[in-house]
Design a protein around this ligand. Structure first.
Ligand code: PHE
Length: 338
């Protein structure tokens, strides 16, 4: 009997190996495992065996039954795989949810520049651009900062060969525009500037400025005040206050530094404004006659004002950001908040 079981085992294997379709596998299954199949016949015959043989044969028969079931399953799986349409794995399944592609958006600095451009466009200012790699002449000489003059140090920068440098202020664009166009001029110039400052929460070696320039007959300091007040209220809100402090810039006379009431604490005093209630946002003044001379304008006929504001500073005040480095680290956790 034991020998017969081993024979059956081999035979079942052979039969399955020969099976060429799911139907043929089914036939093998009925032959061995069906109600009237070979294995059941053996099990039925057990009671007629000698008592000492019954349990051994019973166990072997059951084991064989399990084995054959397993082989049948395996053979079936083989057919399932083969039955699939070739390339079916790559087929497009319309019912699957789409792959999520996050939308990109503008960097907060670009957004701020765009917003400021919008405000000044309403006031009739053109948008001008100048090169970041600049001649020493435009960054210094033409702006009334002669060679070896100590005020060069305030606008120190990175020097390249041959009187070339990275501009340290967008005031360069004032000169470029005035050399090309006749008054009246009303323009702003956004762009990157570079300074060899030690990087910390308030300083970066590259940041953005927006330069402003208006030249015409009879332009006065009160025009400057009006334009800057209009801008501050448009950008920070109607309740913002401004103050002008006397200051010095080589290319403007008189010059002023302009503070706004702290937009974080609304003037009450906080760490951003060093508990003074005020923060400096820009430099400004009336265009110095020496600058007009450098560009060939008649200083007796024309007057003008200029200002330069720091874009990062404005964005930090608007959003309550306390570290300028966050803008340049490309950390999506920060950038995606804008
Ligand atoms: N260029 C000056 C700066 O970088 C700002 C400024 C511009 C001041 C125009 C007066 C007039 O600090």
């Amino acid at each position: 009997m034991q020998k017969k079981l081993i024979e059956l085992q081999n035979q079942a294997k052979d039969d399955l190996a020969k099976a060429k379709s799911p139907d043929e596998i089914e036939r093998v299954r009925t032959k061995y495992l069906g109600r009237k199949g070979v294995i059941n016949e053996i099990i039925k015959a057990i009671p007629s065996l000698r008592p000492e043989q019954r349990s051994t044969i019973g166990k072997l028969a059951n084991k064989l039954k399990q084995e054959i079931s397993k082989w049948i399953e395996e053979t079936r799986e083989k057919f399932v795989v083969e039955e699939r349409v070739p390339g079916a794995e790559e087929m497009f399944d319309l019912s699957l949810p789409g792959k999520h592609k996050p939308y990109g958006h503008k960097h907060p600095i670009t957004q701020t520049i765009d917003e400021i451009k919008g405000i000044f466009s309403k006031l009739g200012f053109d948008i001008e651009y100048g090169p970041e790699v600049e001649l020493e002449y435009y960054n210094f000489d033409a702006l009334n900062i002669p060679p070896d003059h100590p005020s060069r140090e305030d606008f120190d920068t990175f020097y390249l060969d041959n009187k070339l440098l990275l501009r340290s202020q967008t005031s360069t664009v004032q000169i470029r525009v005035m050399k090309e166009k006749k008054p009246p001029i009303r323009m702003i110039a956004p762009g990157k500037v570079f300074r060899p400052d030690t990087v910390d929460a308030c300083h970066a070696s590259m940041f953005h400025q927006i330069e402003g320039l208006m030249v015409d007959k009879g332009v006065s300091f009160s025009d400057l005040k009006f334009i800057l007040t209009f801008f501050s209220k448009a950008y920070f809100g109607q309740d913002i206050k401004m103050r002008f402090r006397p200051s010095f810039f080589p290319f403007t006379e008189p010059s002023a530094e302009v503070d706004i009431s702290c937009s974080i604490c609304r003037g009450k005093g906080c760490s951003v404004c060093a508990y003074s209630g005020w923060v400096e946002v820009l430099g400004a003044g009336m265009v110095d006659p020496n600058v007009f001379e450098a560009v060939g304008y008649d200083a007796e006929k024309y007057a003008g004002f200029a200002f330069g504001l720091g874009v990062e500073r404005l964005a930090m005040l608007r959003y309550g950001i306390d570290d300028i480095r966050l803008f340049f680290e490309n950390d999506m956790r920060f950038l995606s908040q804008f």
